[in-house]
Design a protein around this ligand. Structure first.
Ligand SMILES: Nc1ncnc2c1ncn2[C@@H]1O[C@H](COP(=O)(O)OP(=O)(O)OP(=O)(O)O)[C@@H](O)[C@H]1O
Length: 263
């Protein structure tokens, strides 16, 4: 395993038992991501991208191989430890935002922070949540509920919520899937800028090669196999791959009738 990686997945197989037959979703997938590195995964629908993200989040277990995130081998962890790991290590950005409709933008973000850092006072929670929303340009929308926000604004709230506890890793599954192209590009720029400023690693899943090209490295998933892709950098992309990752402190999808095939 590479020393100091935020993600080190090695030879990961993920096979489901569907109606008594094995469905091989991931085959010998390996992925190593450095702290503060921004990577994108593209690939056709059904190729296994979301499944890989689920394994990295500890929401599904690999059938074979090893998934190590932030130094923790996820296959060894029970549900309590996995929940704790997720609270302190991950921010997740979803395609359909998943904001709580009855709560304001501030409270959506504040609630996530309270869960991640239960020791904070209400004043600290409000202050940090407001700062996270200001960091995504929503300082004027703190009291707005999701229904009063545009799609792009809702996804910015989702981004503020995912990053408010300053996790070392952001996982984003098609975060622009419900946005028009221009708004999607703005949200991805914001996500990558924020991650680079906070030294947060990102795994972005996207269908859009132009968005993927903004990442430090791009991978392609094809029929459950992951390969690194050489992508010419757009002239305006930040050259963050040249940046030295500084030391930092460590910090859902188809519910399904399925069960992993045991090794
Ligand atoms: N719970 C499940 N039961 C049966 N098949 C599943 C289940 N979850 C995933 N699959 C299958 O596994 C394959 C990979 O799915 P996955 O969602 O990981 O692909 P994806 O690349 O993220 O696709 P998309 O881009 O459309 O979201 C697909 O063929 C999918 O139908």
């Amino acid at each position: 395993m590479s020393a100091g990686s935020i993600i080190d997945a090695r030879d990961v197989d993920y096979t489901l038992d569907v109606a008594g037959r094995p469905l091989h979703i991931l085959r010998k997938v390996s992925l190593s991501v450095a702290p503060a590195e921004v990577v994108a995964i593209v690939g056709p629908s059904g190729s296994g991208k979301t499944s890989l993200l689920m394994l990295l989040a500890g929401l599904e277990k690999a059938t074979d191989g090893q998934v190590v995130v932030n130094g923790r081998d996820l296959s060894d962890m029970n549900e309590d430890n996995l929940a704790r790991f997720r609270r302190h290590t991950l921010g997740i950005v979803f395609q359909s935002f998943h904001l709580i409709p009855s709560l304001s933008a501030l409270d959506n973000v504040g609630l996530a922070l309270e869960i991640a850092e239960p020791g904070l006072s209400m004043a600290q929670v409000r202050e940090k949540a407001a700062a996270a929303l200001a960091a995504v340009g929503l300082e004027g929308r703190l009291d707005h509920r999701p229904s009063a926000l545009s799609g792009g604004e809702q996804q910015r709230v989702g981004l503020a919520r995912a990053s408010v506890a300053n996790p070392p890793l952001l996982l984003a599954d098609e975060p622009t899937g419900n946005l028009d192209q221009k708004t999607g590009a703005i949200v991805v720029d914001l996500m990558f800028d924020l991650a680079r400023k906070n030294n947060t690693a990102v795994v972005l899943i996207t269908h859009d090669p132009a968005l993927a090209a903004k990442a430090d490295r791009v991978f392609t998933m094809t029929q459950g196999q992951l390969t690194e892709t050489t992508v010419p950098k757009p002239a305006t992309a930040s050259a963050s791959s040249a940046r030295k990752a500084p030391a930092r402190k460590p910090a859902a999808r188809k519910p399904a009738a399925k069960k992993p095939v045991s090794k």
